[in-house]
Design a protein around this ligand. Structure first.
Ligand code: C2E
Ligand code: CA
Ligand code: CA
Length: 613
């Protein structure tokens, strides 16, 4: 079978052309050819179809090889070009090669035609592959392969261009938006890598439908998109666009039969900020996004310079916390959980404390949310879990005859769905010879509702091992209670905001009155958090609440104080005076008291009140 080849011949002689074709046929080719003898005809031929090679006479009456080469260049076509001429001098040949011809040969010596053609076709192929590779590299350098959107580098170039246009006063206002998918890491752990990627693609496609012609959408991080609003009327219109996008992304996505919903936090920088570096825009929008997120997920915020100062402080806090985890500047305090019927301490809640050399005592309410956001919570949580298990095990060894104590450990969303959690707990129970039922994990309702499927699987595995599950801060935020029936939960911890005014008639009392029987009907026990006064205690006891925790009984204590407390425990009764006196005596006797240093620092008034009760 002869090989097909598409040959464009530039020649005024049909006879000469046929000679060329004959020569190619002899060499094993099956040429499809067209002869042209004017620039217009050549143009038409180039427009009509692709050609593998051009064979051109050097000079014909209305045309020449150099003009033909110029036409190819004009059309940016890289087609092998061989001059086939009746006679050609060295100088002309050199000129033709300089103009871009690949080879030349004489009509009298056509035996060279086929080898020359083959070589040129091969080289053209190599050039083509090279070009494609370069093209691909360039594409990769400026695009995100997953979504096909421009990447950060390309986005920064676009901002740069837009800044220059503004400087030349060619356009009005513009804005840069930074979009971050809330809880993407958790989605990733619960749905798996592939579905999580599909979610990103689906988000990109949906965002594209909200673009105006002057806008540019890019993917600038794993779950981060950026949007250049190229032309906005006023600051409010940037805010309106952000609202519109957030509403659009709230509609759930259907992926592989699963319905996935997500929310997005957005930061906005307006061109009126006056930056002249594209990076500043992106960084500012990122900071504003973080600011929006601290106000709650799914919000947006417009950047101002105060946010920058705040972001720097936050970064410092993050760096310091990282170091604190590494250098073991963290420790745990343990707050007793007391049976309201017997007055006995039944267990402790481990609460992390960070004593920073410069900052002093940093509240977990300040660093836990940040640790969750940055992922530091994973290593922090691992440490907390291990330390809590170690302590409980030591207390058990020290007081083998004391009634069994439980240890409650707070677990954030990220920790619960972190792969390997179950294995880790198994290892810890084994290493510290703890019964699984002495370990209690405190998780919030929102974790269960936002990651329902993943959470259900993990809870089932925990239940198999008889590890206890407590719902922390119960009653805040969510009204859906259906999960209480479905999931293997042991305890509800009523949030302290409900306990605080329980001694007065009112809504809080009604809520607590409703929660306790509900819990009992589901065979759950109830811990009241934040019990601060005797009246609260008596009320809770009357309502049938089993357990209490709060400053009335004891602030969180350090290890030494816990040991002292356990040593006196058999003597303690629900007559609270005795109980509190026991703890207060320990706390006050020591100069460096065992009672929560953090509490001392933040609310020593409260402790004194408790102690003097
Ligand atoms: P939480 O789990 O609700 O912990 C109870 C908080 O209430 C503790 O604050 C405790 O010191 C405080 N508290 C105890 N009794 C009373 C009282 O009678 N009145 C009042 N007003 N407050 C009382 P803390 O230690 O500052 O912890 C704050 C939050 O930080 C915790 O809330 C928990 O969500 C989180 N957290 C603490 N330690 C850890 C940890 O190791 N891991 C994780 N993931 N989160 C932790
Ligand atoms: Ca808790
Ligand atoms: Ca709580």
């Amino acid at each position: 079978m002869n090989k097909p080849v598409r040959v464009l011949i530039v020649d005024d002689s049909e006879e000469d052309s046929e000679l060329l074709v004959y020569e190619l046929e002899r060499g094993g080719y099956n040429p499809v050819y067209l002869r042209v003898d004017t620039p217009a005809a050549m143009m038409a031929a180039l427009n009509q179809q692709p050609w593998d090679i051009v064979l051109a006479d050097y000079s014909i009456p209305q045309f020449s090889a150099t003009v033909a080469l110029a036409l190819l260049q004009e059309k940016q076509l890289d087609i092998p070009f061989i001059i086939v001429s009746g006679s050609i001098g060295d100088e002309t040949a050199a000129a033709a090669m300089t103009a871009g011809a690949h080879d030349y040969l004489l009509k009298a010596k056509l035996a060279r035609l086929v080898p020359a053609l083959e070589r040129e076709l091969r080289e053209a192929q190599v050039r083509q592959e090279h070009k494609q590779a370069l093209f691909k590299l360039e594409y990769l350098a400026f695009n995100d392969t997953l979504t096909g959107l421009p990447n950060q580098r390309s986005f920064l170039n676009s901002i740069q261009k837009r800044i220059e246009q503004s400087q030349r006063k060619l356009h009005g206002l513009f804005a840069v938006l930074f979009l971050d998918i809330d809880r993407y890491q958790i989605v990733k752990y619960s749905l798996g890598h592939l579905l999580a990627e599909q979610l990103l693609v689906a988000i990109a496609r949906r965002l594209e439908t909200y673009l105006n012609p002057e806008d540019i959408l890019a993917r600038v991080g794993t779950d981060e998109f950026a949007l250049l609003l190229g032309d906005i009327q006023n600051p409010q219109s940037a805010q309106d666009r952000a609202d519109q996008i957030q509403t659009a992304l709230k509609t759930p996505f259907k992926l592989d039969g699963l319905v996935v919903s997500s929310s997005t936090s957005i930061g906005i920088v307006l061109s009126t900020i006056g930056y002249d570096q594209p990076e500043d825009f992106l960084r500012g929008a990122d900071m504003a996004m973080h600011h929006a997120r601290t106000q709650g997920r799914g919000g947006s915020a417009i950047f101002d310079r105060a946010m920058q100062t705040h972001a720097v402080e936050r970064l410092q806090l993050e760096t310091d916390l990282q170091r604190a985890i590494k250098c073991q500047q963290l420790h745990l305090n343990y707050q007793p959980i007391v049976s309201l019927t017997t007055g006995r301490v039944v267990g402790f809640e481990a609460l992390v404390r960070w004593q920073d050399p410069q900052r002093g005592m940093v509240s977990p309410s300040e660093f836990i949310p940040m640790a969750e956001e940055t992922g530091l919570i994973v290593s922090l949580g691992e440490w907390v879990l291990e330390e809590a298990c170690r302590r409980l095990s030591l207390w058990q060894q020290q007081f083998p005859n004391s009634s069994p104590l439980s240890m409650s450990v707070n677990l954030s969303a990220r920790e619960l769905v972190q792969p390997g959690l179950i294995e880790r707990i198994d290892e810890l129970c084994f290493a510290f010879r703890l019964k699984a039922e002495s370990l209690k994990l405190e998780i919030t309702e929102s974790i269960l509702l936002e990651n329902a499927e993943a959470a259900a699987t993990i809870l089932a595995q925990l239940k198999q091992r008889q590890i206890q599950i407590s719902i922390d801060d119960f009653g805040t935020g969510y009204s859906s209670l259906s999960y209480l029936h479905r999931l293997p939960i042991d305890t509800l911890k009523i949030d302290r905001s409900f306990i605080s005014c329980i001694d007065k008639q009112g809504k809080n009392l009604d809520i607590v009155k409703a929660i306790i029987p509900l819990a009992h009907s589901l065979k759950l026990d109830v811990v009241a958090e934040g019990v601060e006064t005797e009246e609260q205690l008596l009320k809770l006891k009357a309502l049938g609440c089993e357990y209490g925790q709060g400053y009335f009984f004891s602030p969180p204590l350090n290890d030494e104080a816990v040991v002292a407390l356990i040593a006196t425990m058999p003597r303690m009764e629900i007559e609270k005076k005795k109980f509190v006196t026991a703890i207060a005596a320990h706390s006050l006797r020591r100069k460096n008291s065992g009672a929560d240093d953090f509490l001392k620092a933040s609310d020593s008034r409260e402790l004194r009140r408790v102690s003097s009760n």
